[in-house]
Design a protein around this ligand. Structure first.
Ligand SMILES: [Zn+2]
Length: 430
């Protein structure tokens, strides 16, 4: 049963949505709180956020998820998705999500655009207002995950598909730390869950997204442009950031790109479709299901991660050898990640070798200046019996965890000065 059976439009529709958010917070006051992130530039409409969480669990023991909707004023589908996501978050089904995560839902980023049924946004980066809003929001809630909802209408699908598609976009990332692969893996779980509920979704990468802009209306694909991802990354201006102390200020479709660049946040864009799916036909649910799937993944442990939570901890390297944050709680790991991620470029050696069947050696070199620097060197091992782990020739403590067929060693390293750390692992022959 949809919360909104018809599309809220115009000023009355906006007031209807605002009343719904307020009523939601009142009804669910134990778990929900409203914040005003700012006001629209000309007409002074509130830009609200609803924070849903189990307050009995300290914030440091939880991950932070941020869901944003409706930055493009005329993209109607987002209007009915927000309430469905909130309703899910208040349900018994979402109890564990509330216990393990603080979820911030900003359901109406562009109220003036909604009233006017216009784009009312910028083609050149996030708007000044958005920079302020997200700067303030993320200063309080550093996101571990962020998902930004848009909606396709009759004329704004891709240049070769003005039809009825809905899309999950693992975009605005780099190839660093296996991120392309990790985002794609998560997107596939979201897609599977949506399709199980009867909603066909496509996954479009950054390359595919470029076709929206550079494909031809007659269906000709922009093949030459698709060849070079390097070119495409220019669509995401790496110097764009939220307006926060210490951050320097191109077109970014999804609001989460700066969060990836700054905090290594897991980021997704979404496109629902209000041209072909009516609110009474389940438009809101079609958008909610992938979000629900993503939030629930945030409670689980990914095979290559030590702890349950969003898979954001490979700062540098790959699944075999990586630099990862330290910390025993989600809050401590978030802070460690925030410190390590900007340093990723200064890890210039990451190497492992097997001099003989019972020995694995590894090296990591850091040339930066953020010292002392604590991190984990994580190695995925074929060998299940570890006899000793030596750092610079001395036996060292370590933790381990397993996936279905291998063992991961988490070796704590504290660098007092820039240089190379050498590790030797003595194990059985495997
Ligand atoms: Zn949009």
């Amino acid at each position: 049963m949809a919360i909104f059976n018809s599309m809220p439009t115009g000023e009355n529709g906006l007031r209807e949505l605002y009343s719904w958010y307020d009523a939601f917070v009142q009804t669910n006051s134990q778990i929900a709180e409203k914040k005003v992130l700012g006001r629209s530039e000309n007409e002074g409409w509130e830009i609200p956020a609803v924070v849903v969480t189990d307050r009995s669990v300290p914030a440091q023991d939880k991950q932070t998820a941020v869901v944003t909707l409706a930055r493009h004023g005329h993209e109607q589908g987002t209007r009915v998705v927000g309430p469905e996501i909130l309703n899910y978050l208040a349900s018994e089904e979402a109890r564990q999500v509330r216990q393990r995560q603080t979820v911030v839902v900003a359901p109406m980023l562009n109220p003036e655009g909604m009233v006017r049924e216009e784009f009312n946004s910028s083609m050149y980066g996030i708007t000044e207002l958005e920079k302020k809003i997200f700067g303030a929001l993320c200063a309080e809630y550093v996101p571990d995950m962020m998902i930004d909802y848009h909606s396709l209408g009759k004329t704004d699908g891709s240049k070769y598909d003005l039809g009825d598609m809905e899309v999950i976009i693992p975009a605005n990332t780099t190839k660093w730390g296996m991120d392309e692969q990790i985002h794609r893996f998560v997107a596939e779980q979201m897609q599977r869950r949506a399709e199980e509920a009867g909603w066909p979704y496509e996954i479009h990468s950054l390359e595919d997204l470029s076709a929206y802009y550079f494909g031809a209306p007659d269906g000709r694909l922009p093949r030459s442009l698709l060849k070079e991802k390097v070119f495409l990354l220019q669509m995401q201006n790496p110097y764009e950031a939220y307006d926060m102390p210490g951050s320097p200020p191109g077109y970014t479709n999804y609001t989460c790109a700066p969060a990836y660049m700054r905090w290594h946040t897991l980021v997704f864009g979404m496109e629902t479709n209000h041209w072909s799916i009516g609110p009474d036909q389940g438009l809101g649910e079609s958008g909610m299901i992938p979000c629900k799937a993503l939030l629930e993944m945030g409670n689980e442990r990914f095979a290559w991660e030590k702890d349950p939570g969003y898979p954001t901890n490979i700062i540098c390297g790959d699944f075999r050898i990586s630099v990862r944050p330290v910390g025993t709680t989600p809050g401590e790991r978030r802070m460690s990640r925030e410190k390590l991620w900007p340093e990723r470029l200064y890890f210039d050696i990451l190497k492992r070798e097997m001099p003989d069947a019972e020995t694995t050696t590894a090296e990591v070199r850091y040339t930066g200046e953020k010292l002392p620097l604590d991190f984990h060197l994580c190695l995925r091992m074929r060998q299940k019996t570890i006899r000793d782990v030596l750092v610079h020739g001395k036996s060292a403590s370590y933790e381990n965890f397993e996936d279905s067929c291998s063992l991961y060693l988490m070796i704590p390293v504290c660098m007092q000065q820039a240089g190379t750390v050498r590790v030797r692992i003595v194990h059985d022959a495997g």
